[in-house]
Design a protein around this ligand. Structure first.
Ligand SMILES: CC(C)(COP(=O)(O)OP(=O)(O)OC[C@H]1O[C@@H](n2cnc3c(N)ncnc32)[C@H](O)[C@@H]1OP(=O)(O)O)[C@@H](O)C(=O)NCCC(=O)NCCS
Length: 205
């Protein structure tokens, strides 16, 4: 059994808390820079601001429960901790997937054979990561998104809820793919892409 501290105390952090408990690990509590939080969050203690983490570092594991990709990256680079990887018991992982440390895999997500997921990612509820995907660090794959086979996603990219990425597509880093978009061509430039087929919103102007 691991003792786990969650950095962040928002809705996303509470979803991770649920995974920690259902995995049979011990939730120590939440660290968050919002000092106005209640003493107890879903029955577990608010422990103080993030810089208090070192007081908990012995024998504890940490996970960043914050949805914003860039904030997760900044905290991961600042906090010297052992990272906890949260995988909901209902997630389906093939025998040879690799999940980077600090990543959270939510309920009913599917990660198929030979997929590699980076560090501090969010593989959200019901999303599908098909075979041979390569997902960079600090990526968020939102609920019900579908990434077909051999999709590559660069660091810090956010794939919106229900979006679909066709097989053999590359999406570079620092991209936002809007909710419900369908990506049928490689994305090699930063920006926000929406619609079917997905287009860069900057090209509307
Ligand atoms: C694409 C997105 C990032 C744009 O956000 P935004 O910059 O705040 O954009 P706005 O809401 O101001 O909308 C700007 C325009 O884009 C349109 N638009 C916004 N999101 C869109 C989407 N997903 N698909 C198609 N059009 C979209 C709006 O209708 C609006 O059009 P208009 O100017 O003709 O009225 C956002 O809408 C989105 O889809 N985010 C993903 C959310 C998500 O999946 N969250 C999961 C969390 S777990």
């Amino acid at each position: 059994m691991k003792k786990v501290v969650i950095i962040g105390a928002s809705g996303h952090a509470k979803v991770i808390a649920d995974i920690v408990i259902k995995s049979g690990d011990e939730l120590v509590g939440f660290l968050d820079d919002n000092t106005e939080l209640p003493e107890s969050i879903i029955g577990y203690p608010y422990l103080g601001t993030v810089d208090k983490y070192s007081g908990y570092a012995d024998e504890r594991f940490f996970i960043i429960g914050i949805g914003n990709n860039l904030i997760r990256k900044k905290i991961a680079e600042r906090v010297d901790a052992r990272w906890y990887t949260a995988v909901h018991p209902s997630a389906q992982l093939a025998i040879d997937t690799h999940i980077g440390e600090g990543t959270a895999v939510m309920a009913n997500a599917v990660i198929n054979t030979s997929a590699v997921i980076g560090r501090h990612c969010i593989i959200n509820t019901g999303s599908i990561i098909e075979h041979d995907n390569r997902i960079g660090d600090y990526v968020h794959i939102s609920p019900n998104a579908t990434l077909c086979g051999t999709v590559l996603v660069g660091e810090l990219t956010h794939i919106g809820a229900g979006a679909t990425i066709k097989n053999n597509i590359s999406v570079c880093g620092n991209v936002i793919v809007g909710a419900g978009a369908t990506v049928v061509r490689n994305i090699a430039e930063q920006g926000t892409f929406v619609g079917i087929p997905a287009r860069n919103t900057a090209s509307d102007h």
